[in-house]
Design a protein around this ligand. Structure first.
Ligand code: NAP
Length: 246
């Protein structure tokens, strides 16, 4: 057995630890988006494979027997490529993905299907927006330049595609006290978030509820049907290592 673990999430790091502890042969793969990615206890490669054909070739060249896609729920291109490449190479694929967040009593969420709809959902009148979507799609919000945008990024940004913006550099997990302080300090009136799920980025939603702030919540991109689990134990079961436990 030789596992390719497509990473970039807390779940991927958790799984990497368990595979390493139990001596399961595996390679961890990062896209290479952040300057100093979290070190992994597995042999690690960094960078794209070169599309579906590149990944299919990699699977063959590296004698990969199983692929676990533990990329972020919004990393849809990588997940689509994994589906196609694994089908082409005849390698079994498992998605490892945390459950989406669900609105609770007291939440004021406006659900939108994608980034463009999130921009549309912001008001016409100037507001102060916590734009909690990472760095890749900030330029989409240039269409609403009247707002002030607070950004939270893993790495110090170069030139920002938004003129009216403040960036704070921080890496999760985040907590309620910290996110309450951040929203108050920057006098935030609206939050834009991706429905990533999990605990590391959840505090902003709890803080929004406490402060009665509206959240524009972007739904996950839709993928073709594939086998998906949401726990390390289930991944181990799929790998035929249920005996290892966690
Ligand atoms: P994406 O749009 O789905 O992927 C674009 C391309 O990046 C892929 O086609 C692939 O290039 C390469 N790639 C992505 N993940 C890779 C991986 N784990 N190993 C090797 N190559 C990878 O993905 P994205 O939204 O740019 O996200 C990039 C990474 O950041 C992902 O690993 C994801 O887990 C992490 N991340 C994303 C988000 C988000 O909101 N999108 C949030 C947190 C973390 P080739 O076609 O050349 O193979």
């Amino acid at each position: 057995m030789r596992v390719l673990l497509l990473g970039g999430t807390t779940e991927a790091s958790l799984l990497a630890l368990v595979l390493a502890q139990h001596g399961v042969e595996a390679v961890f793969s990062y896209a290479g988006r952040t300057e100093s990615p979290v070190a992994q206890p597995l042999p690690t490669r960094v960078g794209g494979f070169g599309g579906v054909a590149g990944l299919a070739g990699y699977l063959q060249a590296e004698s990969i027997s199983h692929v676990v896609d533990a990329t972020h729920p919004f990393a849809a291109q990588m997940s689509l490529n994994a589906i196609a490449a694994c089908a082409a190479a005849g390698v079994p694929l498992l998605g490892f993905e945390r459950a989406a967040w669900v609105a609770e009593n007291g939440d004021d969420w406006r659900l939108v299907p994608d980034l463009a709809a999130a921009v549309d959902a912001l008001p016409i009148t100037p507001t102060r927006v916590f734009l909690a979507i990472g760095k890749q799609h900030l330029a989409d919000f240039a269409r609403k330049p009247q707002h002030h945008y607070l950004l939270r990024l893993v790495d110090a940004p170069g030139t920002l595609p938004l003129a009216n913006a403040t960036a704070v550099v921080a890496r999760g997990p985040f907590d309620l006290a910290g996110d309450l302080a951040l929203l108050r300090e920057h006098q935030i009136t609206h939050i834009v978030a991706k429905n990533s799920g999990g605990t590391g980025a959840r505090a902003k939603l709890d803080a929004a509820r406490a402060l009665r702030l509206p959240v524009v919540m972007i739904d996950r991109p839709h993928l073709p049907p594939r086998r998906v689990v949401d726990s390390v134990a289930q991944v181990l079961g799929w790998l035929g290592h249920a005996d290892l436990g966690v």
